[in-house]
Design a protein around this ligand. Structure first.
Ligand code: SF4
Length: 194
């Protein structure tokens, strides 16, 4: 009885020969040294840094503000959030009106003593780490109303301030500059070591 085979001997030789021809055609250049090749690939695709730096970098671009607009400066703050100035570049486009979801208190305008307890309460309700930006002369020092019986001569009497933005009012560009200064501060603060 004859045994069935998928290939007769000559067909098997042809298949094997074709395979060898294809391999010869594809094997004109030697492979590079694996160590050098891997090094080049890593340089192109892998960034090495510390965990602390990645966390601080992420924190810098995800600072969420709770706005406290108290007087005329607030309109410049509102302009800065509109499309012309585009706060979303900084990951800040969504203003949080709940202090528990925010880590930046953005104060713009004249703080009165009557309003001061509310400012302190909002600050206390924010989770750590948190930052405060004082926008405009009134917020920084009482401005034109410094010395008035009703106006707080600088919000740093009520809460710690990270960045002061001068001007009456500061333009939106001033606020953007202040936010970039805050970014530098966030990046420089090492949150893990704290
Ligand atoms: S600094 Fe000037 S613009 Fe700003 S709240 Fe005071 S008075 Fe108004």
């Amino acid at each position: 009885m004859e045994i069935e085979r998928p290939y007769v001997s000559s067909e098997l030789d042809r298949v094997e020969g074709a395979e060898i021809d294809a391999l010869m055609a594809a094997s004109k250049e030697p492979y590079p040294d694996p160590v050098a090749w891997l090094h080049e690939e890593l340089q192109r695709n892998v960034l090495l840094t510390s965990t602390e730096h990645v966390i601080d970098w992420g924190k810098r671009y995800s600072v969420w503000p709770v706005p406290l607009g108290l007087a005329c400066c607030a309109f410049e703050m509102i302009c800065a959030a509109a499309s012309r100035y585009d706060l979303s570049r900084f990951g800040m486009e969504v203003m949080r009106f709940s202090p528990r979801q925010a880590d930046l208190l953005l104060v713009a305008g004249t703080l009165t003593w009557k309003m001061a307890p509310a400012l302190r309460r909002i600050y206390d309700q924010m989770a750590e780490p948190k930052w405060v930006v004082a926008m405009g002369a009134c917020t920084v020092s009482g401005g034109a109303f410094r010395g008035s019986y009703s106006v707080v001569p600088g919000i740093n009497l009520i809460v710690p301030v990270d960045v002061y933005i001068p001007g009456c009012p500061p333009r939106p560009e001033g606020l953007l500059h202040g936010l970039m200064e805050l970014h530098r501060k966030v990046l420089a603060d090492n949150l893990i070591k704290k």
